[in-house]
Design a protein around this ligand. Structure first.
Ligand code: ATP
Ligand code: MG
Length: 301
């Protein structure tokens, strides 16, 4: 549909909640950029991968029309626009390729703190304000609730006080905004985080190779973010018990001899997820000692 290109163009949010974490992820994946004067375009210096800085709402459309090849966007925006296209009878021309682990939030229903709540049916016949009419409409349909969806593009949380709606459906992360507006979260419509999206159809030119490279880099970066290298000493008799306690190991641990000791060994393992004090204390009780937990800088499977 679109002209062949030999550089990959990634759409990212120009300024907002996804901007810094998105750029940080790309930097840690070895990408560097030179910014254009108008700050709309970033030229990829280390790889043939450029950025286009746009409003987040425009990202799925830019991929649909082929102006951009990949994009970083909240799942909430992606799914809203997917449903919009489905309703028009179109197949979605974009798809989620990876969850990126930042920009976490949820699209939730909230009601005034003093309103009685007995489940979704409590919304029957009410007006619900939201910027996500498709996702809310779909949720109401799935729960068999007839309610009126009031579309607002911003400041959704003040709608109940203004009298334009009795309930809201909005993005929540800490819940502080809801509390400040005397609202209570009662149901989750969608769990969201930033995702990498791409076209439903694979690339037919060099962009396919660039996209594969970027995905491999991102996977490595996302994986090390939660990885730790754990090193410890343990008596041979307790080795199996300690290995069983290692949190989230995905490769075989390395066991090496300790100089001049036949009864004890050193153990090294890459662990996924947080290693807590509780983990360390449990392993110590099982016979481990001299434990070290180190961050992992880079990883290539
Ligand atoms: P733009 O100017 O690009 O349209 P925006 O105001 O629509 O920006 P932001 O407020 O920067 O968007 O939010 C971008 C995304 O951040 C949201 O779509 C959502 O996925 C995520 N997000 C995470 N936590 C929250 C939150 N508490 N409120 C709103 N969005 C959140
Ligand atoms: Mg937006």
């Amino acid at each position: 549909s679109n002209k062949p290109r030999d550089r990959l163009r990634v759409a990212t949010q120009k300024s907002g909640r996804l901007t810094d974490a998105g750029r940080d992820l790309l930097t840690r994946s070895g990408l560097s950029f030179r910014e254009s004067r108008d700050r709309l375009f970033c030229y990829g210096e280390s790889l043939p991968i450029d950025l286009l800085l746009v409003r987040d709402d425009d990202i799925p459309g830019l991929i649909a029309e082929g102006t951009c090849d990949l994009g970083f966007v909240g799942r909430n925006v992606l799914e809203e626009q997917r449903l919009e296209r489905t309703r028009r009878g179109e197949a979605a021309p974009f798809r989620e390729l990876r969850a990126l682990g930042f920009g976490r939030c949820r699209l939730s229903i909230a009601v005034p703190q003093d309103m009685a709540w007995a489940g979704p049916q409590s919304l029957a016949g009410l007006r619900i304000a939201t910027s996500y009419p498709q996702l809310l409409g779909d949720w109401l349909d799935r729960h068999g609730i007839a309610a009126q969806v009031v579309m607002l593009s911003g400041s959704v949380e003040i709608a109940p006080r203004l009298g334009t709606a009795e309930a809201i459906c909005d993005l929540v992360s800490s819940g502080a905004t809801l509390a400040a507006n005397q609202l209570r979260e009662v149901a989750t419509v969608l769990d969201s985080e930033a995702v990498l999206i791409g076209p439903a159809q694979p690339f037919a030119d060099e962009r396919g190779d660039h996209a594969d490279l970027l995905l491999r880099r991102l996977d490595g970066t996302l994986q090390v973010r939660d990885s730790k290298l754990l090193m410890l000493h343990v008596d041979r008799t307790a080795l199996d018990a300690v290995i069983r306690l290692l949190p989230g190991i995905d490769t075989t641990p390395i066991v090496t001899a300790l100089d001049g000791r036949s009864d004890a060994v050193a153990l090294q393992a890459v662990c996924q997820g947080a290693i807590t004090w509780q983990h360390l204390e449990d392993m110590k009780r099982a016979g481990a000692r001299s434990m070290l937990v180190l961050p992992v800088e880079q990883m290539l499977a």
